[in-house]
Design a protein around this ligand. Structure first.
Ligand code: UDP
Length: 481
């Protein structure tokens, strides 16, 4: 008898190589391993090196015998993307480099080249890498997409053809507060300024816009769609998505789901951070010395950049608010005119009294710290979920892509904070920080606590995300031929 018949299903996970995507998809990989599956995680050599260096993945993943990293053969231009432009550059390079590799990998897997694993049972590819769809279909391997954005952002991308048909895109006129009528389920509160940033263009033929449009339209061709969200957070939009993608698995918030399943298996793990940068843990000691819920955490993720002026406005606003703050300023987040980077030393000198700055923080742990009372965020989807899980209200300053719509939902739909999109002045920053941390604190804390409870419920046995992950694992198991 073929000994491979005894082996578990084998999933190839293929994320887009950037922090937010790798973070979520590596959590999924770990959850699938805990569920007894074999997983190959396909990544660029640079990201693999960074994970080994900063995220302790070697010792963490060696406990999963069915897990392995597979590196694409070459480094890609764009490297570790830390601006929107570089992200797009990386996307185009990946499309060229990954295709032949993926095809070869799947074919040799089918030929049974690896005696310890079955041939790949199923691919879980990042939903912006539809290059994998073409190859999966050629080779005859089932494929499921994973979109690392919110359901509301996914649905707005998906409705772009309807916006174009109705003449709502390209945006005409300069009233960015005008309501958008053709994203079903969002009539009445979605403004032009809340549409994904890719929509802020005059020419719909542009490469980046076309890429977002095309990638999203491919989604229903896959066997299923995984979203890092939970039913109670986005139910009305999820029912819209189900009209186009009926096989939908909502299994988030993944970082917290992983912690819950590790606890269930009594598997002790000091951290499940998938950080690509060195975390400065000194901020946790600083937080230990601050009173409960007194600190606003400020971080704009791994890609957002700002001008020196914008940084000064944030700094003045924070200092003038009189509140304590912990601010992550990535060394590359304020590029200078000639490419040199503006350090934060000057600001740090003026901050000692109530503020603390680091280049990169252990964010999940920071948000879980009792001293944190608010989060000034760029509304990246991982950051938003991490805040929701900990019941931390937000001030949103979206930078690009899905962040514009996430921040609208945070402010207007979920009532978890305030949206300061498209403004950046010290007076607004000071006012919003005071409202979040003081004047409207009870109001926001109450809604944030309620949403955190719903998130926890979805992850407990029988909860929606818990059951959907089990269903995903069952469906993958049924794909074994
Ligand atoms: N993050 C972190 N330390 C920081 C800032 C961010 O570990 O100082 C992590 C954060 O926890 C989140 C990810 O980086 O998981 C950022 O992802 P998100 O989707 O929020 O934004 P992106 O970086 O993709 O814009």
């Amino acid at each position: 008898m073929d000994h491979k018949a005894e082996l578990p299903p084998h999933v190839l996970i293929f994320p887009f190589p950037a922090q937010g995507h790798v973070n979520a998809m590596l959590k999924l990989a770990e959850l699938l391993c805990l569920g007894g599956l074999h997983v190959t995680f396909l990544i660029t050599p640079g990201i693999h090196r960074r994970l080994l260096l900063h995220a302790n993945v070697q010792s963490r993943f060696e406990t999963y015998t069915g897990f392995r990293f597979e590196s694409l053969p070459e480094e890609l231009p764009g490297g570790n993307p830390h601006s929107a432009d570089r992200l797009m550059q990386l996307y185009y390079a990946l499309n060229i480099a990954a295709k032949p590799f993926l095809r070869r990998f799947l074919v040799s897997s089918r030929l049974g080249d690896d005696s310890r694993r079955r041939p790949v049972t199923c691919i879980i590819a990042d939903g912006i890498l539809s290059l994998a769809l073409e190859i999966a279909q050629d080779v005859g391997t089932p494929i499921i997409f994973f979109r690392t954005i919110s359901a509301c952002a996914f649905w707005s991308y998906f409705c772009i053809p309807e916006l174009i048909k109705a003449g709502e895109l390209p945006l005409n006129g300069d009233d960015m507060d005008a309501l958008v009528a053709n994203v079903r389920g969002m009539e009445g509160f979605l403004r032009r300024r809340d549409l994904p940033s890719f929509c802020r263009i005059a020419d719909l033929g542009g490469h980046d816009f076309q890429m977002v449009l095309n990638e999203t339209q491919q989604t229903p061709r896959a066997q299923g769609l995984i979203l890092n969200t939970f039913e109670d957070l986005e139910a009305p939009i999820l029912s819209q998505i189900r009209t186009a993608c009926p096989k939908l698995y909502t299994i988030g918030p993944l970082h917290s789901h992983l912690k819950a399943r590790l606890r269930e298996k009594r598997k002790l793990q000091s951290t499940s951070s998938n950080s690509l940068l060195q975390e400065d843990r000194s901020c946790l000691r600083w937080l230990d010395e601050q009173p409960p819920k007194s600190v606003i955490y400020v971080s704009f993720g791994s890609i957002a950049i700002m001008t020196p002026d914008q940084r000064m406005e944030f700094w003045h606003g924070l200092v003038n608010s009189g509140k304590r703050f912990l601010w992550v300023i990535r060394p590359d987040s304020v590029p200078g005119k000639d490419g040199e980077q503006h350090g934060s030393t000057e600001l740090e000198k003026g901050t000692k009294e109530r503020g603390y700055m680091v280049g990169w923080a252990p964010q999940e742990e920071v948000l879980a710290h009792p001293a944190i009372g608010g989060f000034l965020t760029h509304s990246g989807w991982n950051s938003t979920l991490e805040s929701i899980v900990e019941g931390v209200p937000m001030i949103c300053w979206p930078y690009f892509a899905d962040q514009q719509i996430n921040s609208r939902f945070v402010g207007e739909v979920w009532k978890l904070g305030e949206d300061m999109k498209d403004t950046c002045d010290r007076v607004t920053v000071e006012k919003m920080v005071n409202e979040l941390m003081d004047v409207k604190k009870d109001h926001f804390t109450k809604s944030a606590d309620e949403m955190a409870n719903l998130a926890a419920k979805s992850l407990s046995e029988g909860g929606s995300s818990y059951s959907n992950l089990d269903r995903l694992i069952q469906d993958i198991t049924l794909m074994v031929v």
